[in-house]
Design a protein around this ligand. Structure first.
Ligand code: PLP
Ligand code: ZN
Length: 443
């Protein structure tokens, strides 16, 4: 088929650069880059043929959901360079299932159909695996073929990016350095890069401060940059959109709701759905809701103020949704374009709202991390306001496993979290080991 993909300027400047080059900004305008595919070559295969091919590959023996779409992602990476942990092909759990864990939640919140895309049920417990398999595979290929010489792959992280990079780097045998804001990631997330042997640098700053440092290290050529400014990440993450359409029988939902910090994932959903539409695999785009924590809401503030260009940075305050505590989102220009193309809106959730959404979801049988809580709380508001209609089909992207956020869960149930009114707290009841005493407390 002769498929190919290159880096191009997101704003459309001339010039294209091989995916094996260490380049993160357009050399002409300093703007973001994007991965451009040879769409004419891809369009030689019909929508119906793509659907059949992807359905055939969705099987128990498929090594990876991401690489089962490889022609649309990074077609020139050879099989032997691919670094995979079996990412993707995660469940899409629907409220239409009578005894499923979304049923009660959906009816409490008044949704016609609510579905949760469980991106946290993956190797390192967050959707970051989807982008990292692509980035590390491309770097692995570039290093093996002599196109690239890297001392280390590096990222700034609110926790999950560093966990994924450390795992994939270890699998490939490539050195990894992660920059974390000291004391601001969960214990579960901190332990992951330590275990995988990454060099963990805990900086006296917040995520935005870590991002500034790692960008400068990359600009000086000291490290290869693995943050989602690097569009290779977006290529893998866009398979979430393609998988959702596939799991709905090659239909777009009416709405897609995504908890957002650096806004790479919002851009990835747009990239995935629009590629599927442009290649005749689906017939329309869903509407997009970017869900932010009220304590880290630069995109929300910009959207409310009618800003459609540059998003003013804010200082992000502490939030239980620590992975989206970002005040200066790198992919804001991509996300603005996504909102425009997808009839999008931006909503926000307070600490109590996100915690309440998690508690309700958990009582329905899900186990929601605080970021998924932000998305559910925002979807709830849009439904209550009528922006989301009663008969519409809504997909909430769950971005991580709640097992990484035990301090949050325990704090909620013990009512020790600041600024959170834990209405559904369920603390353990201490009792003597006495049958009559215990019998009094059964319900
Ligand atoms: C990284 C992350 C996000 C935010 O994704 P962006 O692409 O930065 O907007 C949301 N939730 C979790 C759990 C994450 O790890
Ligand atoms: Zn440019």
């Amino acid at each position: 088929m002769g498929l190919s993909a290159t880096f191009r300027c997101f704003r459309g400047c001339d010039g294209s650069y091989p995916l094996t080059q260490a380049i993160y900004r357009c050399p002409k305008c300093d703007g973001l880059l994007t991965v451009a595919h040879d769409m004419a070559a891809l369009a030689e295969t019909s929508g119906e043929e793509w659907r059949r091919l992807f359905d055939r590959r969705w099987s128990a023996t498929s090594p990876s959901g991401v690489w089962s779409k490889r022609e649309w992602i990074a077609p020139e990476v050879p099989e032997e360079a691919i670094v995979t942990t079996g990412e993707g092909m995660t469940p899409l759990v629907s409220s239409a299932r009578a005894a499923g864990p979304v049923r009660r939640l959906a009816s409490e919140l008044g949704f016609g159909e609510l579905l949760i895309k469980q991106c946290g049920t993956t190797h390192t417990g967050s959707f970051k695996d989807l982008g990292m398999t692509v980035l590390v595979s491309v770097v692995n290929h570039a290093v093996r073929s002599g196109a690239l010489d890297v001392r280390a792959i590096a990222c700034a992280s609110t926790g999950d990016t560093s966990a994924a990079l450390a795992a994939y780097g270890a699998a490939a045998g490539l050195p990894v350095v992660v920059l974390l804001p000291r004391g601001m990631v969960s214990v579960g997330q901190l332990v992951q890069p330590l275990s995988h042997g990454a060099r963990v640098l805990a900086l006296e700053t917040d995520f935005d401060g870590c991002m500034r440092v790692v960008r400068e290290l990359a600009a000086r050529g000291l490290v290869y940059l693995a943050n989602s400014m690097n569009p290779l990440r977006i290529e893998g993450q866009k398979t979430v959109a393609i998988e959702i359409a596939q799991q709905l029988g090659w239909q777009a939902p009416d709405w897609i709701v995504i908890p957002s910090g650096n806004l790479g994932n919002a851009a990835a959903l747009w990239a995935g759905f629009s590629m599927a539409r442009d290649l005749g695999v689906i017939d329309r785009l869903p509407r997009l809701c970017i869900a932010q924590a009220e304590n880290a809401n630069p995109m929300y503030l910009a959207f409310q103020a009618g800003v459609r260009g540059e998003v003013p940075a804010v200082v992000a305050r502490p939030t239980q949704a620590s992975a989206i505590r970002i005040g200066n989102p790198v992919s804001a220009p991509r996300a603005m374009a996504a909102l425009e193309a997808m009839g999008g809106v931006v909503e926000q959730a307070s600490e109590t709202e996100l915690a309440d959404a998690c508690a309700r979801a958990d009582r329905s049988g899900l186990y929601a991390d605080p970021h998924t809580g932000v998305a559910i709380a925002c979807a709830k508001k849009l439904r209550a306001r009528g922006t989301i209609g009663a008969a519409e089909r809504v997909v909430v992207v769950s971005t991580a496993s709640a097992l990484k956020f035990t301090e949050f869960k325990l704090g909620y149930h013990e009512r020790t979290l600041p600024d959170i009114d834990a209405a559904l707290a369920n603390a353990p009841i201490p009792l003597p080991a006495d049958v009559d005493e215990v019998a009094k407390h059964l319900v």
